[in-house]
Ligand binder design. Structure first.
Ligand SMILES: [Zn+2]
Length: 471
């Protein structure tokens, strides 16, 4: 390990040493973390307790490590479908379990602080990959009324610790941008306010300074991709409540990054920023950071589409207009409850120059035309899998007839399916429609858009994406 790098850079390059490899995507369950915590228990390094049980009886764990005076409390996934930081917490457990690396830094952290972790506050929600708990209550609006077992457990632990610092770990919509920049908000911070006036007291000031320091540090890795979450006071939320009760509380929202749908890069950033925070609290090294850094962080804005197709020409009633098309994907769970597919919607049409897309293509000169339905022959899915689609695409065909109806809403192929011979599948360039159309220039079809996925028509292209089954 080179001395040349600072701690965070070194963590960035050595992350794979600590990554908990059994957690590979967002859809792990409570049983998966039970297993990991039980393995961790055998090492006798962390103090591990069951803080309580969820409405459906799943254990909510509290792990602690360290002997210092400064108490730090981190909790994740109170929204069941926000698992990124939970994965990072298990990476951090591996970091502390490791006996080979960063011994001096660990020694300082564990001498100066005592760290408490509550991963997966909402296990019932996590098992359904839904925001709310099994009672369909948003735990982050239950900090005062405390009607859910999970909110009670979080509040009881908080009250028993009276920690100096709290880290409230969430995921946010991947379509937030950092201010008006054309950059995604990969990480958004907030020092939650303590009242509607957004007053800065000493407790909040500590959080503001530490965020300023973390912002500077993270900017080395993801310049311009850091934002501030809305600072409107929400008295029913835990972050605001804990800040009000005297713990310097930092909200961390894991956001979007191009081609990182499973948020594994954002997980790595969480690992780095949380360990950096622990070190900085231990060393008290953030105290000289001016408040103005926090103030300079841009707020989250909604400036991103999943796809923006620019400068298309659209002919209607002999009038030709130039439009951009903004498309978003919705992630939908299959009936099996395990796999997801994507369903696209046209979100906006017109001048989208103030927005940007994760996929953003200038298609000047291309004219939108109706996608075609091939109904000369019916296929099985297996036949379609073996079919070279290039010739069909070249002739504008994107909708295919199935021999036999199947009980599914989607197909894992870049085409749409239908079973009713009389069904006519119309191309609609309107808000709310599924984007299925073709793009033509000089009489040649170069692109087909199928359920929002863009296929470059070329015999060497790899066609990707999923289509829908149209009834
Ligand atoms: Zn959340």
């Amino acid at each position: 390990m080179s001395q040349h790098y600072d701690f965070e850079q070194s963590l960035y390059y050595n992350y794979d040493l600590f990554k908990e490899k059994s957690l590979q995507n967002r859809f792990f369950r409570h049983k998966d973390i039970v297993k990991l915590i039980s393995n961790l228990g055998e090492k006798n390094l962390f103090d591990i307790n069951v803080a309580g049980k969820s409405f459906e009886g799943r254990e909510i764990f509290l792990l602690s490590i360290g002997n210092g005076e400064k108490k730090i409390f981190l909790w994740s996934q109170m929204h069941g479908d926000e698992p990124t930081a939970t994965m990072a917490l298990f990476d951090i457990f591996n970091f502390f379990s490791d006996t080979m690396n960063y011994r001096d830094i660990k020694k300082i952290i564990l001498a100066k602080t005592k760290i408490y972790f509550m991963p997966m506050v909402n296990p019932d929600g996590a098992d359904r990959f839904q925001r709310r708990n099994a009672l369909l209550i948003d735990l982050n609006r239950d900090a005062n009324r405390l009607q859910t077992p999970e909110a009670n457990i979080l509040m009881n632990v908080f009250d028993s610790l009276k920690a100096d610092f709290g880290f409230n770990l969430h995921d946010q919509n991947h379509r937030y941008s950092a201010g008006h920049s054309f950059k995604s908000a990969a990480i958004s911070f907030l020092a939650p306010p303590v009242n509607y006036e957004k007053q800065v007291n000493d407790v909040r000031l500590n959080a503001i300074k530490l965020i300023g320091s973390l912002y500077k540090m993270l900017n080395k890795f993801i310049p311009g991709h850091i934002a501030k979450y809305s600072d409107d006071y929400e008295p029913r939320a835990f972050g605001d409540t804990f800040q009000r009760k005297g713990t310097s509380t930092i909200l961390v929202e894991s956001g979007g990054w191009k081609d990182d749908i499973e948020r594994q890069f954002i997980r790595k950033l969480n690992f780095i920023l949380l360990l950096s925070a622990l070190k900085q609290i231990a060393e008290d090294s953030f105290q000289n950071i001016p408040e103005s850094i926090y103030e300079s962080i841009p707020f989250n804005e909604e400036k991103i589409f999943d796809v923006v197709l620019r400068n298309l020409s659209l002919k209607k009633n002999d009038i030709k207009i130039r439009i951009d098309v903004g498309i978003n994907f919705e992630e939908v769970f299959d009936k099996d409850g395990n796999t997801t597919y994507r369903k696209a919607t046209i979100e906006d049409i017109g001048d989208l120059s103030v927005f940007f897309g994760y996929t953003d293509i200038d298609l000047a000169g291309y004219e939108i035309q109706d996608a075609k339905t091939y109904n000369e022959k019916a296929f099985t899915i297996d036949e379609l899998k073996k079919t070279d689609l290039t010739e069909f695409y070249k002739n504008g065909f994107v909708n295919f007839m199935l021999k036999k109806s199947i009980d599914k809403e989607w197909v894992d192929l870049p085409l749409n399916l239908f079973t009713n011979r009389k069904k006519e599948i119309k191309t609609k360039i309107e808000i709310g429609a599924v984007p299925n159309f073709i793009l033509q220039k000089d009489g040649r079809i170069d692109y087909v858009i199928i359920n929002g996925f863009i296929q470059r028509v070329n015999k060497n292209s790899e066609y990707l994406g999923n289509g829908l089954i149209i009834r």
